[in-house]
Design a binder for this molecule. Structure first.
Ligand SMILES: Nc1nc2c(ncn2[C@@H]2O[C@H](COP(=O)(O)OP(=O)(O)OP(=O)(O)O)[C@@H](O)[C@H]2O)c(=O)[nH]1
Length: 496
């Protein structure tokens, strides 16, 4: 059972109870049993399921509810709260990297551990790319000397994401590679503020692996150790996570392959075993298929309820932070109020669209179209190539040109210079400028098209249905399905 199915089963159990003529003790018990069965089938630990049942029963006392109370609502709320609690150890990660570029503060050192094939190496690159988007200057160290191809894999991933890396073909001592790598970046003139150390994996949690982890951790003194777990790990997750926690101070968990056919519930039990929060989930092989994890929006999405804060977080996460003078809130605000849409803003959006993978398509579907026709359904590849071309052209522009709000600035001589600088033709530069004009025009209409975010105009429900039906299936799934999205839009309509 994949996680989406688990969500479906729980949602159905709640609905069946809601549909029953009376919500009495029998209907409540049947609903709880059905939810427990679904959780067990999804590999959630028996002890956690038992706790959930007991806690919901303690919270909901049907007999003591005042007459007229909405019992269905009270039960649903209690189930959602308990599901969130199961995924939330109640403590934040002990450490979050801080930006220190250009200062004398010691860079943050983060070490990733996990079994072989859990997705550690891929996750290192995703974690680095995520932080770079947030304005960090990350660097990668490959201390996986066990798997022959690991260095090349990290090197490739790092090169693709343009992130400096350190590794060695010759050195077989992981502790030495880790220490040398961290020291190299500590001394580097590039002033990295986040050093990410990839470590070896093994097929099982052998004593040798755990001892190696311990030694590497002792040598590089990481500020944070992240345990990477494959969503398909099943019931073994709890013991495995505990074994890692006993060797190294696991402070956070990343669950990978949440896009696959894994049951997922097992890996989520790692939270209970390590008392460390899940901070990200991997949702695909692509570097952008990586999402910060927040239990509440996740549970809402899982149950097909949709969650406005989840969507807003996604949009915020996609916005580059610090890269430019604009912070995400300002950027959204500017777009919503129809502020000037500069070429740099278009560049940033393209960057995000490229890094976000399929979710990027969502933005092209929003009214106003972040990329509109460029990312049209069925023509994504062509659109991606165009975006890349436009970005190369913009790389040859000056900061003043990128930040200009004067449409007359881009005169013929500048266009010729940019074409020459980027190795493209004049007509290509003009095409890119046309696209920018088209997008700027759309952005101006944005406040009207996003009613109730800024004003009280009524949302046109047919246009909402049109957006939802035109979303690619995988994007829709990521957002929890059509029902969830309708819910989100309803919440948007209600929001100030
Ligand atoms: N679908 C999907 N595949 C993933 C995800 N994360 C990683 N993978 C794939 O899982 C496979 C194993 O990932 P690696 O990053 O090599 O795993 P590892 O833990 O570093 O393996 P070792 O270095 O051998 O310990 C690769 O094919 C990745 O592309 C994810 O979130 N979703």
């Amino acid at each position: 059972m994949v996680l989406a199915e688990l969500g479906g089963s729980i949602a159905r159990a709640l609905k069946r109870m809601s549909d029953s003529t009376v919500v009495d003790e029998a209907a409540f018990a049947a609903c709880l049993n059905e939810i427990s069965r679904a959780l067990l089938q999804a590999d959630v630990r028996f002890a956690s399921v038992k706790d959930l049942q007991a806690n919901v029963r303690t919270t909901v006392n049907l007999a003591s509810l005042p007459a007229g109370a909405n019992k269905r609502h009270v039960i649903t709320q209690a189930v959602v709260a308990e599901l969130c609690r199961m995924l939330d150890p109640g403590t934040p990660p002990p450490f979050s990297p801080t930006k220190s570029k250009g200062t004398t503060t010691r860079p943050s050192v983060v070490m990733l551990v996990g079994l072989q094939g859990s997705g550690k190496t891929t996750t290192c690159a995703k974690y680095a790319a995520h932080h770079r988007r947030k304005g960090f200057s990350p660097a990668l160290v490959c201390a996986d000397t066990f798997r022959a191809g690991a260095f090349d894999q990290l090197k490739q991933n790092a090169a693709k994401a343009n992130i400096p890396f350190y590794g060695s073909y010759a050195e077989t001592d992981p502790v030495k590679v880790a220490v040398d790598g961290v020291e190299t970046f500590l001394r580097s003139e590039q002033r990295h503020d986040l050093i990410i150390v990839d470590t070896s994996g093994r097929h099982r949690q052998e004593a040798a692996l755990l001892e190696e982890m311990r030694q590497v951790a002792e040598a590089v003194r990481p500020d944070l150790v992240i345990l990477v777990m494959d969503a398909s790990i099943g019931q073994a997750a709890f013991d495995q996570a505990r074994a890692f926690k006993e060797s190294v101070p696991v402070g956070a968990v990343i669950v990978t392959k949440m896009d696959g056919h894994a049951k997922g519930g097992g890996a989520l039990s790692a939270v209970a075993a390590t008392k460390a929060p899940v901070i990200f989930i991997g949702t695909g092989e692509h570097v952008g298929e990586f999402e910060p994890f927040d239990p509440k929006p996740f549970v809402s999405r899982l149950l097909g309820m949709g969650d406005l804060s989840g969507l807003v977080n996604k949009i915020k996460d996609a916005m580059p932070d610090q890269q430019q003078n604009t912070n995400p809130e300002e950027m959204v605000q500017k777009l919503m109020t129809g502020g000037a849409f500069t070429l740099r803003m278009m560049y940033d959006m393209f960057q995000n669209l490229r890094e976000m993978g399929p979710l990027g398509q969502l933005f092209s579907m929003l009214p106003g179209g972040f990329g509109g026709e460029l990312m049209a359904k069925g023509r994504e590849k062509e659109g991606q190539a165009k975006i890349k071309r436009y970005m190369t052209i913009m790389d040859s522009m000056t900061a003043a040109e990128l930040d200009s709000t004067d449409p007359k600035m881009m005169n013929e001589s500048r266009i010729v210079r940019i074409a020459r600088g980027s190795g493209r033709q004049v007509k290509d530069v003009k095409e890119m400028l046309e696209e920018h004009k088209r997008m700027a025009k759309m952005m101006k209409k944005m406040p009207k098209m996003m009613p109730n975010l800024n004003n009280n105009r009524r949302c046109d429900s047919s246009s909402v249905s049109k957006i939802i039906s035109s979303l690619p299936q995988n994007v829709l799934q990521q957002l929890g399905g059509a029902g969830a999205l309708q819910n989100v839009i309803k919440q948007m309509k209600g929001a100030k």
